[in-house]
Every structure is written in structure tokens, then in C-alpha cells.
Design a protein around this ligand. Structure first.
Ligand code: G6P
Ligand code: MN
Length: 456
């Protein structure tokens, strides 16, 4: 099996390679091609992978290239994990938004729109090339904003592109463990868009393929104050709010439900998340330019720091304290991606929460809208499982944000600046059309990647 990673010089590639190294079964990935536009980053990451593979005779072979078509030729699976504009772009997304008093997170609000506007054209180009050069390949999209980017690529690739995120898995694992049940044997009634979903039920007692009566354990959680405040989402949102909405929201909903507080704390922070990561990652790649730097140690200590500081401002606002030891593991994405590949390539059927076209799952969205939903996956790919329909307030946010995503897709396809303004203006976290206009002007001023937008 041949895997190509686009964005192969990216910091999280060793996580993926680590998962591949732990897979020894027949039909496993034997060849990994890393593609990146930056050869220095490729060299740095390849050095970390070489450290990981040391002493492992069946380690997948790794090659690097800066030629995308070359990278795609012969691929069975393609992971797309790019960052258009780099972390400097992410920091600029945050800065421009915060200057207008709105949120600039890379996937939520104005920042997510700006990032989407410059990423979608590049993702569509990748999708077109895959369709031409590796038409039988399955594309697994890690690129944020993951739901929107997956939907953009699906226009070319149909059901052969699948988006993944680790936040629903992490949420499910935390809630299951809090309730004393095995996450691998539980069924999660989770649905929404990427970074905009809710867990409305957690059913234990039925593992994959087993029969038996299901029991929803979630109501018991809402009755127990101590349990409710013992895990990440409970600490972020507070017991009382979870009890009120009777669901456990994805952690990214903290930006919606506590928008005023998160914006304030991001404005006060010494550095935004993007600026912090920009500096942190620059230090890592600089160090890796010296052959004396121990690659694995340098990478792993950088990873640990990144994990420890994840959503720090949100946790501070909520008084949530440090992250739990289990949550610092990192290890969501690569596990989901590997399980997905195994199900498709080797028929090891499984259930995973994925970003796929709605196909009638949620009544409030059309069939092609990409949603995040538990799917049964087999050799034919993922199929969304039935879920409880959204409550009114959930449907409101989901349909509003999907409408915003559609404006971004339209802007990217037609080059319409008007559609881009509409995307900003319709977002629930942008409070004025005037702000939306200034946001687009601000973003155009800092991102050459938005030059394609024209007022017409
Ligand atoms: C979570 C999110 C991802 C995000 C990652 C890293 O796993 O689901 O979408 O890429 O965190 O966030 P960071 O702020 O460290 O880049
Ligand atoms: Mn994510």
C-alpha cells in the first residue's frame, strides 16, 4: 500500500508515521511519499521519521519530493494536510480579526473564513490533480477548516475524499471514561459540522456487530455535578450549561457560547495561538537544520509543549486549569486515519466519526453538505449512520455556518469578493456588515493569496 502525504514537511507527520510503524499486518502501508513545497521542512521531518524507524526492519520506506504530480503517481491513499500561508498566515488571520473585536481562530469565525478563502482554491487544485493522476486513490483530508475543505474537494472527488478531525473522538473518549464505560464499545450520538457538533447520547453495552439492548448513559452524567466537572468539556462549559442544553458540545463551541470572554482573553494574551506556534515551530525547524540536533527529542519536546498549551486561553477564561494527562497524549488523528485506511483497504469494518456528505442524515441540510457524523466504514468507504435530528438551537448554528461555508466556496469558485463579504457578514460571530467589509479589506491587505477576489 502506498501513502502520499501532501504537506509532508508538516509537524504532525511523525504521528502518522508512528501509527504506520505500529501496524504489522498484511496489506499495511509499505511506502510513504512526503510532498511539500518547502524542501527544508521535508528534510527536517524525514530526519524525525528516520529516528522513529531505527531498528525496525519492516518500517515503511520514506521518500520526499517537491513535485506534486510525481508524489501522487501510484498512490493508494493521499493525506492532505497543508497550511496555505503557513503559521504566519494563521497569526495574521487572528490579528486582523481581533483588531475588529471578533474572533480569529483558524477554524471558527472570521479567521476560519479567511483561512478557508485562501485554502479552498489550493485544495481544489489538489483534488483535480488527484482525479487526473491517481483516480482510484482515497483522499483523507486533515487540512483545516476540515469540513469546508472536504466539501470543496468533494466537488471533484465525490465520496473518495473523507475529512477527519480528532476532537469528536477525544470528546467521546473523555465522556465514556467519565461514565466508566469503554469508548471502543460505546455508540456515540454525535453530529454537526466540523468543530461545531454535539454529543446528545452515549449508548453502552453494544459493541460493533453485537446485539443487545442499548442504554443511554448521558442523562446520568447531567445529574452528577462531580462527574460533570471532571473532564475537559465539563470544565470549559460548566456543569450548569451542559445540564441546560442536555448535550456535550465540541470544545470549539466554547468560542460561540462564551464568545465575549474568549475574544477578550485572546485580545489580552501576550501572543495569539498562531503567533505562538509560528515562533515555536520556527525554532524547531531552525534547530533541525543542524545535523547535530537529535531529531526525535527535538520533535517530541516541541509536540509536548504544543499539546500542553492547546486552547490555553479558553481554559483560562473558564478556570478549567491544566489539561488532563490523557488529553496530552496526542493521538487522535493518526488513529482515525489508520483505522479508516484499514477499513477501506483491508475490509476491517469499523465505526468512525468522519466528515462526509450528509446524504439525508440531517433533515436541515441538503445531500451534498459535508457534515461530521458517525459512519460505518468498509471497503466501499464510509456511510453515515442514523443520528437523532438536531435541536432547534443546534440546527440554527449548523445551517447558519453551512450557509457561510457555501459563500466561501462560491467566492473561491467565482472569485467574487461580494460572496466573501457575505460569508463574513452572515457568520454568527461577526456582528455587522461593516465589520465584514473591513475584515475582507484587512485580510486582502495581508494575504496575497486573496488577490483572486474581485468586486463584480
Ligand atoms: C485539535 C483540532 C485540530 C487542530 C489541532 C491542533 O486536534 O481538532 O483541528 O489542528 O487541535 O491545534 P493547534 O492549535 O495546536 O494547531
Ligand atoms: Mn479538528
Amino acid at each position: 500500500m502506498r501513502l502520499t502525504v501532501i504537506g509532508g514537511g508538516g509537524f504532525r507527520v511523525p504521528l502518522v508515521y508512528g501509527a504506520l510503524l505500529r501496524d504489522h499486518a498484511a496489506g499495511r502501508v509499505t511506502h510513504v511519499t512526503l510532498h511539500d513545497v518547502d524542501p527544508a521542512r521535508l528534510t527536517a521531518v524525514a530526519r524525525v521519521l528516520a529516528d522513529q524507524a531505527a531498528g525496525m526492519p519492516d518500517a515503511p520506506e520514506v521518500r520526499t519530493t517537491t513535485d506534486l504530480d510525481d508524489a501522487l503517481r501510484g498512490a493508494d491513499f493521499v493525506f492532505s494536510a497543508i497550511r496555505v500561508g503557513g503559521l504566519a498566515g494563521r497569526a495574521a488571520d487572528e490579528r486582523v480579526a481581533l483588531a475588529e473585536g471578533v474572533l480569529g481562530q483558524e477554524t471558527v469565525g472570521a479567521g476560519g473564513i479567511a483561512y478557508g478563502l485562501r485554502t479552498v482554491p489550493v485544495a481544489v487544485d489538489i483534488a483535480e490533480r488527484v482525479a487526473r493522476i491517481a483516480p482510484d486513490a482515497w483522499v483523507i483530508n486533515f487540512t483545516n477548516p476540515a469540513g469546508l475543505v472536504t466539501e470543496a474537494m468533494a466537488a471533484q472527488l465525490g465520496s473518495r475524499v473523507i475529512g477527519i478531525c480528532d476532537s469528536p473522538v477525544g470528546l467521546g473518549r473523555r465522556v465514556a471514561r467519565t461514565l466508566g464505560t469503554d469508548p471502543d464499545r460505546a455508540r456515540f450520538d454525535y453530529v454537526g459540522l466540523n468543530h461545531l457538533g454535539w454529543l446528545r447520547g452515549l449508548y453502552a453495552g453494544v459493541a460493533d456487530g453485537e446485539d443487545g439492548a442499548e442504554r443511554n448513559l448521558l442523562p446520568a452524567l447531567f445529574e452528577d455535578e462531580a462527574l460533570l466537572t471532571s473532564f475537559e468539556e465539563g470544565k470549559l462549559f460548566g456543569a450548569e450549561w451542559l445540564r441546560t442544553i442536555r448535550s456535550v458540545p465540541n470544545e470549539y463551541l466554547h468560542y460561540y457560547y462564551f464568545n465575549r470572554e474568549t475574544v477578550a482573553s485572546y485580545r489580552q494574551a501576550e501572543q495569539t495561538r498562531g503567533a505562538f506556534l509560528h515562533d515555536q515551530q520556527a525554532r524547531f525547524y531552525d534547530r533541525m537544520a543542524h545535523s547535530a540536533t537529535p531529531a526525535w527529542q527535538a520533535w517530541d519536546s516541541t509536540r509536548a509543549e504544543r499539546e500542553a498549551t492547546y486552547m490555553a486561553e479558553n481554559r483560562e477564561t473558564a478556570g478549567a486549569g491544566e489539561r488532563a494527562a490523557d488529553d496530552l497524549e496526542s493521538g487522535g488523528y493518526e488513529k482515525v486515519a489508520l483505522a479508516l485506511m484499514r477499513a477501506i483497504a483491508r475490509g476491517e469494518e469499523t465505526t468512525l466519526i468522519l466528515n462526509v456528505p450528509n446524504r439525508g442524515t440531517l433533515g436541515v441540510l441538503d445531500a451534498t453538505a459535508v457534515i461530521e457524523v458517525p459512519c460505518r466504514v468498509d471497503a466501499n468507504g464510509p456511510r453515515p449512520l442514523p443520528v437523532t435530528q438536531l435541536a432547534g438551537h443546534e440546527a440554527g448554528l449548523v445551517t447558519a455556518v453551512k450557509a457561510v461555508e457555501r459563500c466561501v466556496l462560491e467566492a473561491a469558485e467565482s472569485g467574487s469578493a461580494r460572496a466573501a463579504v457575505q460569508a463574513f457578514a452572515l457568520h454568527p460571530l461577526v456582528d455587522s456588515v461593516n465589520v465584514a467589509r473591513r475584515l475582507l479589506d484587512g485580510y486582502r491587505g495581508v494575504h496575497p493569496g486573496l488577490d483572486y477576489l474581485r468586486m463584480r
